[in-house]
Design a protein around this ligand. Sequence first.
Ligand code: UDP
Length: 486
Amino acid sequence: MEKTKSRKPHAMMIPYPLQGHVIPFVHLAIKLASHGFTITFVNTESIHHHISTARQGDAGDIFSAARSSGQLDIRYTTVSDGFPLGFDRSLNHDQFFEGILHVFPAHVDDLIAKISRRGDDPPVTCLIADTFYVWSSMICDKHDLVNVSFWTEPALVLNLYYHLDLLISNGHFKSLDNREDVIDYVPGVEAIDPKDLMSYLQVSDKDVDTNTVVYRIIFKAFKDVKRADFVLCNTIQELEPDSLSALQAKQPVYAIGPVFSTQSVVPTSLWAESDCTEWLTGKPAGSVLYVSFGSYAHVGKKEIVEIAHGLLLSGLSFIWVLRPDIVGSDVPDFLPAGFVDQAQGRGLLVQWCSQMAVISNPVIGGFLTHCGWNSILESVWSGLPLLCYPLLTDQFTNRKLVVDDWRIGINLCEKKTVTREQVSANVRKLMMNGETSSELRNNVGKVKRHLKDAVTAVGSSETNFNSFVGEVRDKIETKLCNIISR
Ligand code: UDP
């Protein structure tokens, strides 16, 4: 026992190669390192290449500034996802995910073996991988690693995927055409409408092919997570007590959110950030709407045109983040003719920005969002009510939390089709003084309190995080003892 006790825990962390997963993983890495962990952080070469291109040069070791400011033992490395750098992963979505499913784990396996042969000190003893990876338990078994799954979405979403078997046996999977009745049999979920399920579950039996790669990932990942030693969730115990309790009844699950640092020195953006500070300076507090649909979802050209007209019609100021591939990386022109001129002075269009920096500016008064989970947490942290336009995956379920449960946001429209009149009316409802806006702001203040309290020294997330650190250390020690005594 003595031999192993002095060793620091060494965790390899592997985020899913998507913006909304890399960001919380980076913040978790810093937090763990500041609690005495050695971290080997692994980005795909493609993610690293995007971060570098966004910074117009090689980003090098993205943790170098964090390491020197906090004396943290974070090592950074990259691994191939199986595709050449020039391969358009956004345009060739399914092919890319086939690689993530089948080829990427071979590269991860090879990397761990290489690090082990190199004799790194301390040795890697733990893997913290994204819950969407289907191969974590296989890799952990092979390399004798403690298996930690990091879930970057709400506990409700994990809970629903976790109980996919119940949705299937009750006929609520692939039943878009024939089931509208409430789902009330998932442990920890009092009631949820089928329309609020994740998009992959809201499909019709006659149209969907469940042999496609996303379904194979979903079917496998949420079986594999059940084999994890620990699950970390980027949520807050007080906000999702029932889903968390249901999951915690099955295995050790820790709500440790919100996992972010407001002043991160680690570059993570996959697109070049525009600085919006000057444009915001001097504008009245709460007067500008922030609009972003995140890093991954695409929006139809027709919808972009309606949103553009709606923003103009609203008469309010806005910052609109429009990724170059928002419609598709093969559709470069999507804004209505004359829009840029008409928006001049009142609207700022950027391809990307430091969202946390922009929305924490007091000039921002609301957030038109696709309901990505990070964006929701960041918006609440900044005290901003939300205008919700979910597009795919967990965003429909996240919308339910925001609009129906916590009442901190309103819907942009009922279905995906949106009109300029709806955009204008709802932007004004969100932003202008009035009953709805003040009620939303009041509620968002209460939810924000939960977030801020959770990360104080005695808060739930901090307490859960400390318990996790203690438990994982013990588990690592036991594992090392077993290896030595073999
Ligand atoms: N983000 C950013 N700049 C932007 C737009 C988004 O830094 O211009 C960040 C945002 O702060 C969040 C992440 O990208 O942390 C997006 O994650 P989210 O879960 O909201 O959506 P996803 O991109 O996964 O759909």
